[in-house]
Design a protein around this ligand. Sequence first.
Ligand SMILES: [Zn+2]
Length: 84
Amino acid sequence: MDIYLLLFLIIVLLGSVAVSTYYFKDKNEQLRAIQSGICPKCKKESIVLSDQRGGGCGPKLVSFYCTDCGYENSFSMNSGCNIS
Ligand SMILES: [Zn+2]
């Protein structure tokens, strides 16, 4: 195999790993802020739940919306079966 092609593939691989790691870390931080009622964009307590799909014993898709700056994002969350 061509050494330059191999080098190129390694760079692409490392790049995509770095991007996805950054993306998930960022998403987790946003979710943590939202769960405490704070908008990750404008840092105000104006986050409202706008949509919720799924549920039961599977993962559900929850959408949040900021009434102040218009930020919105959806997260998939695992809902346990034993929550009363
Ligand atoms: Zn906001």
